[in-house]
Design a binder for this molecule. Sequence first.
Ligand SMILES: Cc1ncc(COP(=O)(O)O)c(C=O)c1O
Length: 394
Amino acid sequence: MMNYEDILRANGGICETPAYVFDLDILRDRIASVKKKLSGNVILCYAMKANPFLVAPLCEVVEKFEVCSPGEFRICEKAKLNMNKVVLSGVYKSKEDIQYVMYAYGGQPTYTIESFEQYRLLKGCARKEKIQISALIRLSSKNQFGVDKKVLEQILKDTDNDSHVRIKGLQFYSGTQKRNFNQILSEIHSLDAYYIELKKNFGIHFEELEYGPGLYTSYFNNEDEQDEIVLDEFAKALGEINFQGKIVLEMGRIIAACCGLYMASIVDIKETEEAKYCIVDGGIHQVNYYGQTMAMRTPDIEQFPKRPDEKFRYNICGSLCTVSDILAKQFPLSGAKIGDILIFKKAGAYSVTEGISLFLSRDLPNVYFYSEKEGLRKVRSAQPTDIMNSVIYD
Ligand SMILES: Cc1ncc(COP(=O)(O)O)c(C=O)c1O
């Protein structure tokens, strides 16, 4: 169990807010517990868009990393990630970017194919580089990503006579925070059936299936915590399909969410005829809970320091110029004071990356890693954003 006082006061200092703190002990425990549930042919692929800061800490403990843009790729290079672990994904890969990766790392990454055009581009670049690449064809889930079965089968026929692209299997992802577990079951069963069909019709024996289940993470108070049960059922269902090859699970949220804390300090307290308000030095541009719209639901928040005083209910609001910058409504705080820190839990996934962080040109938060062994370590200082929102005068 995390002791928040230890974290905030680690190394004799105090965490400078607003900040994200990623607890690496919790992250590693999470990976170990997810892996324990999965059988031997199932490996993890961390979808780094959930939180790119976790690439370096996960380098050694996760087998694959889903990388969707040149920027994400550069983060992996800086983290010295073994390129055999990279799945170069994303709906659009430019010729220059593909050429760079192939020139620098050859056939080490796995490449995903998102269209016939992108297939042609990958094949052309591989031929020019005189290499063979391994690829996954992304099967569409009725949106702009991937290809339908007709195009998928055209690509398969084409690769039959090509030595530069080797298709390892299919990739499939249809969305995040799936409440309906039956949708996940139905997806794995239809992928399994499609593999059988492809074997029958084309004699194709795929070695791999890369699947992103979009498993649900519960964020809010009064929510029935089903996360572990769902994970158990999912692992069981995977063990029951016909496909016996390697199953690569692309996951972001359920890996990253639990290790992250978002810390914001109370900077003003006031009362109007309507309500009591706490203004904090962060806001909705920095912390993001899927499904929280306008603070209709309350995440897990803790006040520091803890006070024995009477509790009053406050609307906790950020520092943006919009009425929608509400982090929690009618949240009980004990003797709230300016300078108190509010700790928002389960903020490890999609907060760093999905917030409207350039709105109002406020600084990006500090980022800390925490572990019991190393204490609190600042890995990125607050960064100004005005330079991104203004003309550059030489
Ligand atoms: C292709 C792909 N795979 C995996 C993920 C991770 O999804 P989640 O965070 O729900 O596990 C995403 C998220 O957008 C994605 O686009």
